[in-house]
Design a protein around this ligand. Structure first.
Ligand code: UT7
Length: 317
């Protein structure tokens, strides 16, 4: 019997506090018009002081488990994609495991920045195909507001907090058709957060936005082609694009490359900003819950971020 990963349930969590462009414009030299035109973002969510990546991950995970109709004990592997872990170690996945009171399974984090969910999904897929796991909890959780320099207008308008989760199980028919991940460390200086234990740099996210933008658009265009070719599919076979939400202009360029109208693209950036590794599972969850993505639909997910690290996943839902 061949074994494939199938999506059993998704969940999401967004903190309550909404931060508008107008509020940011009170503290740095920016405007609602600039932010909307250059990024597509109007508002983003900001976590409360008591919240952490693991607490938000728990909310999203419980939501996904409920959607899957499963108890936490069913999980035999936990993978969390995060660039904003509660602690340098142990992993946020271990803290999530404790929160869910799951015993006797492996739990670890994946550090692939904004592509963390796709990388985690790819690992989960390998474990399930190999017969090494039967039920995998994959989470993207980010507390970006704590690594942002709120006086840097070129980055502070972009990011938001939140968590998204997916529960994967085993099936004889393919759900996850393929995953593709790649990295190129030569670009590591264009987008990074320093480790405060080393050197004198302030512990905030730094980005050469324009340079990142150019490579992102080209790379995502290429990976879309590679993903279709690997599955002998054409653009017409894709029902939904669920992209990482970094910039509406990057999303539109990828949709154009796919020949997909924007009605077939799940866009959450307007009211969530860039939630890094959480953006894809949050968008996937939203579109499944509101009925846009239905069983049998073919869904292309793609992400690009620091590293650079990028990837895609093709799902028959
Ligand atoms: O998720 C991980 C991957 N990240 C990304 O994919 C992000 C990719 N980059 C981007 O989305 C865009 O590059 C940004 C949204 C970050 C910036 O947009 P841009 O069109 O590339 O602007 P820019 O950096 O080239 O800056 C253009 C101008 C500059 O002013 P001058 O030098 O032309 O006078 C900036 O100083 O816009 C200025 N600027 C702002 N103005 C008002 C930069 N940030 C702001 C701001 N408000 N918040």
């Amino acid at each position: 019997m061949r074994r494939y990963a199938t999506l059993l349930g998704t969940g999401g969590y967004l903190p309550e506090t909404i931060l508008t462009n107008a509020q940011i414009a009170e503290t740095v030299d920016t405007s609602d018009a600039w932010i909307v035109e250059r990024t597509g973002i109007r508002t983003r969510r900001i976590a409360a002081p008591h919240e952490t990546a693991s607490s938000m991950a728990e909310r999203a995970a419980r939501d996904a488990l409920q959607a899957a109709g499963l108890e936490p004990e069913a999980i035999d592997l936990i993978i969390v994609g995060t660039g904003t872990p509660d602690r340098l170690f142990p992993s946020t996945a271990c803290l999530l495991q404790q929160r869910l009171a799951i015993r006797q399974c492996a739990a670890f984090d994946v550090q692939a920045a904004c592509s963390g969910f796709i990388f985690a999904l790819s690992i989960a897929d390998q474990y399930i195909r190999a017969g090494s796991a039967r039920c995998v909890l994959v989470v993207g959780s980010e507390l970006n507001s704590r690594i942002i320099d709120w006086s840097d207008r070129s980055t502070c308008v972009l990011f938001g907090d939140g968590a998204g989760a997916a529960v994967l199980g085993v099936a004889e028919e393919p759900g996850l058709l393929s995953t593709h991940i790649q990295s190129d460390g030569q670009y590591h200086d264009l987008l990074y957060v320093p480790n405060p234990a080393h050197g004198n740099e302030p512990p905030f996210l730094k980005m050469e936005g324009h340079e990142v933008f150019k490579v992102a658009v080209n790379t995502l265009g290429r990976i879309v082609d590679e993903t279709l070719a690997a599955n002998a599919l054409t653009q017409a076979d894709i029902d939904w694009l669920v992209p990482h939400q970094a910039n509406i202009r990057i999303i539109s360029a990828t949709a154009k490359k796919l020949g997909l109208p924007m009605e077939r693209v799940v866009v959450t950036i307007e009211n969530q900003g860039n939630t890094s590794a959480a953006s894809i599972p949050l968008a996937l969850n939203e579109a499944i819950r509101d009925g846009r993505i239905q069983r049998g639909h073919t869904v292309l997910m793609e992400a690009f971020g620091a590293g650079f690290a990028w990837g895609s996943a093709l799902l028959r839902y």
